[in-house]
Design a protein around this ligand. Structure first.
Ligand code: AMP
Ligand code: MG
Length: 405
């Protein structure tokens, strides 16, 4: 599926709008960081050689000349044999090359007793020691998180080039589907998939475009598909299997959407249909809520991440051990719902009792999608499996931080 998905081009956004986005260009430092020599501590700026002989038994007395505080007026150059009162983040006076921390001094009026030597550059943050002007800060494909925001903000970089966010149309099909809040006549159900998939799309960082559900008729599905094709990617749910009222394949064909493949050997999610309209990806996921969610997470989300500019879009499963034994009919790779917890140096995963593809209560609290190999019928407790951590993230029975509480 991946080759059909490519980044859409770039746009420039304000730094405060860029979290979660992938950079499309390199970013380089605009200036040295720190931009000026400054003190790392509260204390006294000195010439190191003036205090080289200082010790607790042999304090050296220096006259205090001036003060430098963060954001204050720039200090005058330091005369030899003098000290300048200085605070954290404040510019070093010219001529000073070390800081003696306040704790190693005694102040009496205009004099300070230095009780400890401070070699050159001690407690000093030198201009350019973090970054030189022009240094490479971030590369294309890097994702912006709060740390990256901090770096770019510190460089006064207020706009960045990122890949465009694709618009992804969601089209549910099914006569039985009703929107949230609508009355449920007998035989109808709420279109829960549209809400699940909208949030999964949002969480990825793409723009969801939820269309009204289409009824199970060819004309209605075709009209809705034409509308959906205004987006960059189309995802349909339902009607993709082999039933009498499964019209997706025929509707695709009538609209000119070319099938690429149909059915994948995974469980749940077997009837997935992958197609293309003039290079635009169109994917039909099964209507079963679990099938829709799993195929989205395992197959579609990596494609969308690639489209968003992620150079490593595939999930990175962790190794875990099964908490309980599990029996299954072999044949397809199974993506099972589970709850993963960290215990010591291992991750244990408890598979949900209910793995039915329609069960919505079994969505709750899931933080792992466990990959069970196609050929295995019996998995023992303690057996190693791969698991894609998902949703709310890893929980632990106990955290090392508990002891601090
Ligand atoms: P289908 O893929 O259309 O054969 O539907 C399979 C099952 O999923 C049926 O029980 C449908 O009622 C149910 N279903 C289909 N679409 C949705 C949806 N959007 N939200 C919730 N359940 C659905
Ligand atoms: Mg249906």
């Amino acid at each position: 599926m991946l080759p059909a998905f490519t980044p859409l081009g770039e746009e420039e956004v304000h730094l405060t709008e860029s979290t979660g986005r992938y950079l499309s260009r390199e970013v380089v430092a605009r200036f040295d960081s720190p931009p000026f020599d400054n003190s790392a501590m509260d204390g006294y700026a000195v010439r190191a050689k003036d205090v080289a002989a200082a010790s607790p038994d042999h304090a050296i007395e220096l006259p205090v000349r001036g003060e430098s505080r963060a954001g204050g007026p720039l200090p005058a150059p330091l005369e030899p044999g003098a000290a300048c009162r200085i605070f954290t983040g404040a510019p070093m006076p010219a001529g000073a090359d070390a800081v003696v921390i306040q704790e190693d001094t005694d102040r009496q009026g205009d004099l300070v007793q230095i009780r400890k030597a401070s070699p050159k550059a001690r407690h000093l943050r030198a201009q350019g020691s973090d970054l030189s002007s022009g240094a490479l800060l971030l590369r294309p494909g890097d994702r912006i998180w709060p740390g990256e925001i901090g770096l770019l903000a510190s460089q006064n970089i207020d706009r960045v080039h990122v890949y465009r966010r694709p618009r992804v149309a969601l089209l549910s099909t099914g006569d039985e589907l009703r929107a949230l809040g609508e009355e449920l006549e007998p035989g109808t159900i709420i279109n829960s998939n549209i809400y699940v998939l909208t949030e999964m799309l949002r969480a990825l960082g793409v723009i969801p475009v939820a269309l009204p559900a289409a009824r199970d008729t060819l004309p209605e599905i075709e009209a809705a598909l034409r509308k959906a094709l205004e987006a960059d990617v189309v995802i349909t749910t339902g009607g993709v299997s082999v039933g009498e009222y499964d019209f997706i394949h025929e509707a695709f064909e009538n609209v000119g959407i070319k099938p690429r493949f149909w059915k994948v050997r995974i469980k749940p999610g077997k009837p997935l249909a992958v197609a293309q309209y003039q290079g635009k990806p169109v994917i039909g996921v099964p209507g079963n809520p679990m099938s829709a969610m799993v195929t989205f997470e395992v197959l579609i989300a990596p494609c969308l991440r690639k489209m968003l500019g992620d150079p490593q879009p595939h999930p990175q499963p962790v190794l875990a051990r099964l908490r309980n034994p599990y029996r299954r009919s072999p044949g397809r790779v199974e993506i099972a719902r589970g709850v993963a917890t960290r215990e010591g140096d291992e991750i244990l995963v408890a598979l949900h009792d209910c793995q039915g593809s329609g069960s919505l209560p079994s969505f709750v609290g899931i933080n792992a999608l466990v990959i069970l190999p196609a050929d295995k019928a019996e998995l023992a407790a303690g057996e190693r499996v791969e698991a894609i951590l998902w949703g709310p993230g890893l929980r632990g029975q106990r955290s090392p931080f508990d002891e601090l509480a």
